[in-house]
Design a protein around this ligand. Structure first.
Ligand code: IMP
Ligand code: MG
Length: 193
């Protein structure tokens, strides 16, 4: 309850005050444990392979910041900024690369680090583009995957948690750029909920 209150306190625009974090789906402690476990698995699998972690900004950045500190093996970080959501909570279906990688991933073991797979359209598109650059291998590490019937069948080798088909905020995930700073993942409560 105290944590939810903190989230609500971040709202300064009264017009947005009906949108707030509700039920917590992953606590700070659960996230920390999950990230450690993923870090252990990735470190074992990529020992001696110097992987490039490709992060999708901005939602995945907090996850990446924690994950990199749980990877004792040498690895590199790089970033791509894509947008699939114009505004609000509905997928536009349009994926745009706003900023590309600085690294040449040809011949490199590549891991795409993503915050959440919803329809999976964004990731499917990114994977297609990255595969054309001939990486030595390419895998996906996602914090969350929603159980949605219509989602694409992307293989997520490293998955944090499967969640119901609800809009979530916190730990990097935003609603109109808000709530990324919450240290937990919560359902977004919308007006009329
Ligand atoms: P997809 O293409 O439908 O899989 O949408 C993927 C992207 O939409 C994610 O990388 C997020 O940036 C955003 N997104 C999808 N669901 C949520 C959510 O519940 N909260 C915040 N952002 C979301
Ligand atoms: Mg994202």
């Amino acid at each position: 309850m105290e944590k939810l209150q903190k989230g609500a306190d971040l709202i300064t625009d009264p017009r947005e005050s009906d949108y707030r974090p509700g039920e917590v789906l992953m606590t700070e402690g659960e996230i920390a444990e999950m990230v450690s476990a993923l870090g252990r698995r990735i470190s074992e699998d990529y020992e001696g392979r110097d992987p490039v972690l490709v992060n999708l900004l901005k939602g995945g950045v907090i996850f990446l910041a924690d994950l990199t500190r749980r990877l004792p093996i040498p690895h590199q970080l790089d970033f791509m900024r894509v947008s699939s959501y114009e505004n609000g909570t509905k997928s536009s279906g349009i994926v745009r690369i706003a900023e590309d990688l600085a690294t040449n991933i040809s011949g490199r073991h590549t891991i795409v680090v993503e915050d959440v797979l919803d329809s999976g359209r964004t990731l499917a598109y990114i994977l297609d583009i990255l595969k054309l650059r001939s990486p030595a291998s390419i895998e996906v590490c996602a914090l969350l995957r929603k159980k949605v019937p219509q989602n694409t069948s992307i293989r997520v080798r490293y998955l944090g948690k499967e969640i119901p088909d609800v809009f979530v905020v916190g730990y990097g995930l935003d609603y109109n750029e808000r709530f990324r700073n919450l240290p937990f993942v919560a359902k977004l409560v919308m007006p009329g909920d």
